[in-house]
Design a protein around this ligand. Structure first.
Ligand code: HEM
Length: 130
């Protein structure tokens, strides 16, 4: 199997893991919450898998960029901005800080879900601008 395809499969598999963990961890904001904090059950596993998935996703993405000599379509820049939106909103959603209300966490979750869906739409539609 050629390396490019292999890295692409790793990239897309980490997307799949990230998606599953995104949904599973989102449930901790609705079931068994404690004050303003999400359900603590399985927190360590969620943190570990989510970190791993996003790290592998980023590293494989950078490798693909290098293999493609950094030749990207205009929509790729939107994908990166949305990815940063996704990461920063998720950091806020699950921050261990009692001053962040549950409603604020859920609002952040909606923002990150919109960003995630937008990224997936971009890579599927591959829109041509201009
Ligand atoms: C949630 C975030 C992300 C999702 C859902 C995602 C999804 C995908 C998918 C499905 C493909 C395959 C598209 C196709 O060939 O039809 C792809 C390709 C690619 N991704 Fe990502 N990706 C994400 C984040 C990133 C990041 C952070 C980077 C860069 C650091 C990146 C760099 C790339 C590159 C360069 C390709 C092109 C591969 C090629 O066609 O040669 N991705 N991505």
């Amino acid at each position: 199997m050629d390396t490019h395809l292999l890295i692409k499969i790793i990239h897309m598999s980490s997307v799949a893991v990230a998606l599953v963990i995104f949904v599973a961890r989102a449930l901790t904001l609705f079931v068994g919450t404690q004050n303003n904090q999400p359900n603590p059950k399985g927190r360590i596993a969620f943190v570990a898998i989510q970190h791993l998935a996003f790290t592998v996703l980023t590293i494989s993405g950078i490798i693909l960029l290098i293999m493609n000599d950094f030749k990207v379509q205009p929509w790729f820049y939107a994908k990166i901005v949305l990815f940063l939106v996704l990461l920063s909103s998720l950091i806020k959603v699950y921050k261990k800080d009692d001053t962040i209300l549950l409603t604020q966490r859920r609002a952040g979750l909606v923002i990150s879900a919109v960003a995630f869906i937008a990224i997936i739409s971009l890579v599927m539609i591959k829109p041509i601008f201009g």
